[in-house]
Ligand binder design. Structure first.
Ligand code: ZN
Length: 281
């Protein structure tokens, strides 16, 4: 892969970007410019699978895990059917996806059965877009079912630029969820809480919760990222970029500049995600 200074960086392990947002082609044309306006930043590609494959190939990224957020319950079933078919066709290009889910589905258990049948490794949840709290009693049956089914709960965590605070998805709520459902496999994005890193460092490091690195580089002190990785242990950190809302190449280059060992780099970039989501070549 090519670094920003034009020098080639050689890695002896594949890289999985465990946090990307992709849209079907017909939606990407509308959604990507709309979100770019709301987030106030230029996307690193156009939000399509082709755009992702092309951009990530130039950064040396082998596979990308899409995290679809359902903003309404009605869209969950067709979103999941779409990504199930898309991954069947595009897995050879490194496209993978989790399922979407919504806390106010009429029959959440039926959708979880559909998700298992499609072979998804987990679901993405976003308390700000979907207006729920991790510890609302209405969610308990969902967490119990996910634990029994071995599905991963991939959670947005912390602040979100397009919503005003206070935020429902703060690190303490995630730590509480983990204590209440210890068998639940949880990934908390943004090192456990975008913009709430001191709280995340205090309550989430050292727990069983996986933490991803999306939207941390360029947003928080690099020393704190390194310290949190070491405190938490490289075995529960995932490389992720939030592409196209951050450029995966720039994020990877920043990550590789941390003084980590080769085994730590390889676990974070590849091994942990490969095992957790069953992502194999
Ligand atoms: Zn994201």
């Amino acid at each position: 892969m090519l670094g920003m200074d034009g020098k080639t960086i050689q890695l002896d392990f594949p890289v999985i970007d465990a946090h990307v947002h992709l849209y079907p082609d017909f939606l990407a044309k509308r959604v990507t410019p709309d979100l770019a306006g709301r987030f106030g930043n230029t996307p690193s590609f156009d939000g399509t699978m082709d755009g992702c494959v092309a951009r990530h190939a130039t950064c040396g990224i082998w596979a990308s895990l899409n995290l679809p957020v359902a903003t309404k319950p009605e869209s969950v079933f067709r979103t999941n059917r779409f990504w199930h078919e898309a991954v069947d066709l595009r897995a050879k290009d490194g496209i993978r996806s989790l399922a979407s889910f919504h806390p106010r589905l009429d029959d959440p258990q039926a959708e979880l059965a559909h998700i298992v049948q499609c072979g998804f490794a987990g679901i993405k949840l976003h308390p700000e877009y979907q207006q729920f709290g991790f510890n609302d009693s209405s969610m308990d049956d969902v967490w119990a079912a996910l634990s029994d089914l071995g599905l991963v709960a991939y959670l947005h965590a912390g602040g979100e630029r397009v919503f005003p605070g206070p935020y429902r998805s703060n690190p303490s709520e995630i730590a509480r969820l983990q204590r209440r459902f210890p068998r639940l496999k949880i990934v908390a994005a943004h090192l456990g809480g975008f913009g709430m890193w001191d709280q995340a460092e205090a309550v989430l490091t050292g727990t069983d919760v996986y933490l991803d690195l999306s939207h941390t580089f360029f947003w928080m002190p690099k020393e704190q990222i390194f310290r949190m990785i070491r405190k938490h242990g490289a075995g529960r950190i995932l490389f992720g970029s939030d592409a196209p809302w951050q450029d995966a190449g720039k994020v990877l280059e920043e990550f590789l500049s941390l003084p980590l060992g080769r085994d730590e780099q390889s676990a974070i970039c590849y091994g942990n995600a490969a095992k957790l989501f069953g992502i194999v070549p």
